[in-house]
Design a protein around this ligand. Sequence first.
Ligand SMILES: Nc1nc2c(c(=O)[nH]1)N[C@H]1C(S)=C(S)[C@@H](COP(=O)(O)O)O[C@H]1N2
Ligand SMILES: [Mo]
Length: 423
Amino acid sequence: MTTKDKGLSTSRRQFLTGAAAAGAGAVAATAAKAAGPDPLITELQDWASSTGAGVDATPYGLPIEFESDVVRRNVEWLTADTISSINFTPIHALDGTITPQGCAFERHHSGAIELKKEDYRLMINGLVDTPLVFSYEDLERFPRENRVYFCECAANTGMEWAGAQLNGAQFTHGMIHNMEYSGVSLRTLLNEAGVKPEGKWIFVEGADASSNGRSIPLEKAMDDVLVAFKANGEALRMEHGYPVRLVVPGWEGNMWIKWLRRIEVTEIAVESREETSKYTDTMEDGTSRKWTWEMDAKSIVTSPSPQMPIKHGHGPLVITGLAWSGRGAITGVDVTIDGGKTWTKARLAAPGQDKALTRFYLDIDWNGEEMFLQSRARDATGYVQPTKDQLREVRGLNSIYHNNCIQTWWVKSDGEAENVEIS
Ligand SMILES: Nc1nc2c(c(=O)[nH]1)N[C@H]1C(S)=C(S)[C@@H](COP(=O)(O)O)O[C@H]1N2
Ligand SMILES: [Mo]
């Protein structure tokens, strides 16, 4: 692959100069058009013959209408009830690493609630020296931090255990978003209340009807957890927990309590519904895995993919995707186009960040033959993302949560792609 790679850059150069000189091959269609005068170049266009929209037209801007398909989507059979439900981030159509709030997946157990800052209260009670209640304004007066983290629902890719099912990266891997959070370290607030020596856990709950209560070991609570009120620079959107949510870096999305209402310091874990009957995985022998908090290293090719077919024919092709790990930074991503026979190191757009999405690229010269496209992530602990078969060997077939297996897209010679399994 390495020697082939070197060849690629040459042919890429030839291709690009060829295009400019109206060359043949893959560029035939473009070149034919370029042979005659292109009205888009030679004629005065509407958008240049009159003035555009004024600065008062969009006090708060929305994406341009031509991008109206870059939206959250549901899977119908998963969404019989839209109140206790989930939708998916259009990861296939995004680039970079930051997820705009407007299209970041949502997961609610009892719908998104409207909670005003004035009505917001956060209580810390239980095994503390001084039980405390904070208003929103109180929280704003503690030293603030800014950090970027991914939030992945434990059920992401959960529909793919038994076989390839959903046709698109948005549906197979879109229960994830990655934002820059501004907020107060939970450690700061816990220290303000003073945790008693018997305090070993916290139980966190939201102000919504479900409350979504979860237990978190004190060690994690005192480590990198944030009480966040801004995401990507602006207030949290209602659906992401306005005005305040918990950010639990690297750990399953269910623990990221939205509309955060109460933190109780306890001696033992509460073992709530969300950590017993839900968010546990039944193994082959009938026992259940619990406390599976960390999200294992995972990656996905976002393009080409079923919702992002190759439309430009053979020649230069940008393969891109995302990688992440709940155990730290991504240190490498490999990509294969032949179903895992040969792997090539992908280029990371930036060095992997702690518990945040990493964008990768592989620039190839596609010969127009079908591909079995996969990506494989590696994290700072040395852990390597497993194949589907390897994961099933350990976990069996009764799981829903924590499916971090390698995904395969079958890209056909016409550029269309399909979700498949290979073994
Ligand atoms: N209060 C509250 N917090 C909650 C939930 C909820 O229903 N209520 N859902 C949880 C689940 S299962 C996930 S995956 C994440 C999703 O966060 P998002 O809606 O911002 O994507 O929020 C978590 N926090
Ligand atoms: Mo979730």
